[in-house]
Design a protein around this ligand. Structure first.
Ligand SMILES: Nc1ncnc2c1ncn2[C@@H]1O[C@H](COP(=O)(O)OP(=O)(O)OP(=O)(O)O)[C@@H](O)[C@H]1O
Ligand SMILES: [Mg+2]
Length: 413
């Protein structure tokens, strides 16, 4: 019986708070997991950016990646390590690269999800590439934006087909606003989407492996209050629908870590944004929900590392389409079947058993940690990176107090 170490790499950019908490709690867990004849310990390290030989080995078993969507050296190193060294990474870099919001809408519409009516329109302006003029002259049809507006009704949303971070999203109340926003939209390829209006509830469901977590969201609040502190805001059956929706999307696209925004109107939940494969993980947004995220991240990454979970290199959409093809089956039934497939792909039962057997002390260790000065220092460091100097202390206290409220309400272990 040998002692072996699994190493989890953190591939980071601007993240400050969660990696500190992740590293600290992992160390305090002091893992020595009996696994298939060995004793497995788990270490973590921050991944550095440097030249690499395509044939060099990779020392990581799992990488938690926060760079793939914009930093190409890291993305390509990760791809090499998956293909050549058996690395497991959150999230699948090919899927992050290829499947933007538009694809995610189309695929989930094909599975029967109630995505609001959505059009794509050619951009207002273009890069002046040599073939542009002949292409447009020959094939670009003049179109009437007003008729699309009429078809969708007002208000509607104009937003980039590959959106993220609320960039260039506008709400158009009428035809004049639609025309004005389109004139300003430049080279962005835009969706026009019917607003879910009026909606009576807005939820973000975060998925991390087979784990899901619902937060009531307020898009009109200040940034630090958008993830609200509301509790019991959806009945159980609707919560299950939102969880099943998120797991389906995440398993379909190979995104272990993703979040799904859905709005409710007349009792129906409409998913509107669920291609977020690098979800907000900052304490300055998540505050009292932040400990859940850190713990969920630890559980899933430890499970993947210890069990050497193989990376699914092929997304394999056919089984989802096979369920969708049954014309007589109601959508809710299909969603249950998609979610069952998702749980299988995320090895949910094995994961839950693993956590019960080997990570039984995580809740208590994390609970203790989130009462320490080190944890508070992590919060302060993130706040200091984002807020003006005179707001650092008050906002550190605000977020800290919300975490303490979570501690006083949750069981110690
Ligand atoms: N169809 C819609 N109906 C109602 N509100 C919408 C709709 N589409 C977008 N919104 C609003 O606009 C916000 C931004 O849109 P969306 O989430 O699609 O863009 P994003 O840039 O991907 O945002 P994020 O920052 O969440 O990644 C949503 O959080 C929501 O408040
Ligand atoms: Mg969004």
């Amino acid at each position: 019986m040998a002692t072996v170490t699994r190493t989890i790499g953190l591939s980071l950019g601007a993240d400050i708070c969660w990696p500190i908490c992740y590293e600290q709690i992992l160390a305090k867990l002091d893992l020595a997991i009996p696994w298939q004849g060995d004793t497995v310990t788990v270490a973590t390290e921050r991944v550095t950016i440097e030249p690499f030989d395509l044939r060099q080995p990779c020392k990581y078993d799992v990488v938690l990646d926060r760079l793939t969507h914009w930093y190409h050296t890291s993305r390509e190193w990760i791809k090499k390590a998956i293909l050549m060294d058996g690395l497991y990474v959150l999230n699948n870099p090919w899927s992050v690269q290829a499947n933007e919001k538009h694809t995610s809408y189309c695929a989930m519409m094909a599975l029967g999800m109630p995505i609001p009516p959505t059009w794509m329109v050619p951009p207002k302006d273009y890069e002046p590439l040599p073939d542009l003029q002949p292409t447009l002259r020959r094939y670009a049809k003049l179109f009437d934006l007003r008729s699309i507006g009429k078809d969708l009704g007002y208000p509607l949303f104009m937003k980039p087909y590959d959106g993220g971070g609320w960039r260039a999203v506008s709400r158009c109340a009428d035809e004049a606003a639609l025309k004005a926003r389109y004139e300003e939209s430049g080279k962005s390829v835009m969706h026009l989407q019917a607003a879910v209006h009026p909606f009576d509830s807005f939820v973000r469901c975060i998925g991390l492996g087979p784990q899901t977590y619902l937060v009531k969201y307020d898009p009109d609040a200040a940034l630090h209050d958008r993830y609200t502190q509301a509790k019991d805001f959806v009945p159980d059956d609707q919560a299950q629908l939102l969880r099943d929706t998120t797991l389906t999307i995440n398993a379909f696209f190979g995104w272990d870590f993703n979040s799904c925004e859905a709005l409710r109107k007349d009792g129906q939940w409409y998913p509107i944004d669920f291609a977020n494969p690098c979800p907000d993980s900052q304490v300055t947004s998540l505050h009292r929900h932040f400990p859940w995220l850190v713990k969920a991240n630890l559980r899933w990454s430890i499970f993947c590392a210890v069990t050497k979970r193989p990376m699914r290199k092929n997304l394999d959409w056919a089984p989802f389409y096979a369920i969708a093809a049954d014309a007589d089956r109601p959508y809710r039934d299909k969603l249950t079947a998609y979610a069952a497939l998702a749980r299988e792909r995320f090895e949910a039962d094995r994961f839950e058993e693993f956590c019960a057997t080997h990570l039984g002390h995580l809740d208590e260790v994390a609970w203790e940690f989130f009462g320490t000065e080190t944890a508070k220092g992590a919060v302060r460091a993130k706040v200091a990176a984002l807020f003006p100097k005179h707001e650092v202390e008050p906002f550190t206290e605000l977020f800290w107090n919300r975490i303490q409220a979570w501690r006083s309400e949750s069981a110690r272990g």
